[in-house]
Every structure is written in C-alpha cells, then in structure tokens.
Design a binder for this molecule. Sequence first.
Ligand code: SF4
Length: 303
Amino acid sequence: MTKKEILETIELRQSTLKTWLSCPLMYKFRHIDKLEPAFRYPGTIHGSALHLILSWLHQGEWKGDLRALYTKALNYYLYASPEEHIPVRWKRDMGKEIEALKVNAVEILENYRSKVYNRDVIVLFSEVQFRVKILGYEFTGTIDQVRKNPDGSIQLLDFKSSKQRPNQFAIPNDLQLTLYMYACKFGELLVDDIWVKPNMLVDSVGIYFLRGHEVYKRKVVGKEIGDEKGSPFMMTRKSIQDLRAFRHEIRAQLSAMVKPWYYPNTASCSFCTYATHCVSRNDNVPEKDIDMAHELLAELNMT
Ligand code: SF4
C-alpha cells in the first residue's frame, strides 16, 4: 500500500494512535486490514460500562441506583453495542464473573460518588467527541471528562480501569493525553450536535485511575481493611509551548504509521486480541503472492 492509500484507509482517531503505540502490527490488523479482534476481554467491557455510568452520574443520575445503572450499561456493551457480535472471553462461569464485575463496579462508583472533589465539580464536557487539525491532518476521538473544580482550576481527565496502575512517569509524555489537551485548545468539540471551539488551555491533564477507589480486603502494611487503594489522580501540566512541540511529535509518529512495514511489539502479545491473526501471518511471503493464493483458493471454494 502507498502512503496515500494508507491515509485513505485509516481513521486518525486517538484509538488508532493508541493501537500504533501498543504494537504496529496490531495497528495494521485493526486499522489497515480492518480485521476484528478474535474476542473481547470482560475487563474492557467493564471499563466501557464504568465510563458510561460516570457520564450518567454527572448528567442527573448522581443519586441513582449504582447496581441498576451498571447492569444497564453492561448489558448495552454485551448485547447492543456495535461490537456485541464479538465473543467475550470469560475465564470461568459467566454468571459468576458478571456478579463479580457488578460488585467491583458498585465499590468503585460508591467511592467515586462519596468524594466532595467529584460531587462539587462542574463537568464542562463528558464523553465528548473532538476533531482537530494538526499539520493538515484531522484527528478525531472522544475526551472522557473536562471539569471545573471549586477553586476555578480546569482538569482534563481520562478514566482508566485497568487492573494495573499506569506508570506515573509515563504521564507527561503520553501522546493521547496531549492530543486531548491540544484539541481543547486548537480544535472543536461536538456539543449538542454543534461543533464548538472552546479555545481552552486546561490547567492540568491526566488519568483518573478508577481502581484507586477499590478497597483493601485484607490488612497490608500501612493500610487497614476498607481503606481505598490510593489517590485516583495521576496528573501533569503542559504549557502552550509543549502543545506546539507536540505537533512535530505527532508528525513523526504519523510518518512512521504510513510506511508499509509494521514491527511487532511482542511486549503486548500476552494480552493481544489479534494473536490468532498474528500467528497465521507469514512475513516471508510477498503480499501479492498471498493475494494470488487467496484468489486461487477462492476459485476452488476453499476460503
Ligand atoms: S500478537 Fe503480539 S506482535 Fe502480534 S499483533 Fe498482537 S501484540 Fe502485536
């Protein structure tokens, strides 16, 4: 594929960038070959459901029944979302796993809701789509939340529910977070079906680590049973100069993304939902030969 063809094929979404940074080969499977993952993880669906409820909480459901809200959100991702046909890889009995997810969701959301710093904020934007041009290319995506705190400061938050806490030292260099911040300053957000230009330089940007609201079930050094696991905030600050420098960084990434070779990043393999596509590939056979073989197999009704 040529650079032009690749650019016409991929969507420059923040998720495309995220996949590229995780593994260039996975990016090829997902965004260039348009292959679907072989399965979905329960944890990924859990995270999506939590995101949805957080936006509901700040849109009038603050006092809602958390278990009922979670069940509604989970059912949407399991049975009604555009990915509902992709099987979920349950590790054990599905009913038991779903019950464990519900208990975990209520624990996290109860503690989220109990915090004055969450209750007293004004949420300016929640699960809001953005679009922004960077050096001639339009990037799109969704920002989890932009909030105004009682002291007037503005924070841009990306909710994370992965089991492992992200590395604090990686936050200042996180390209996705910088892209969100860049979009608030130079791009447009879709609010009530209208694209608006907030022209907003947020005071800080970072990850809100939802599992910081889980509680210890056993006593550990320095913590009692029932204590929360830690602060959910993992923030950084960026200046307007940082945002300008980001343009060049993103251009460097983009120029690598449109070159038709993709290096596997095997550090991501153990969690990869594209592993079945990956093991069946053969890097030693030229693409045109593979296409020809597929055509012959198709003629013989063997595909
Ligand atoms: S299995 Fe590993 S190398 Fe292959 S696409 Fe997934 S992460 Fe990349």
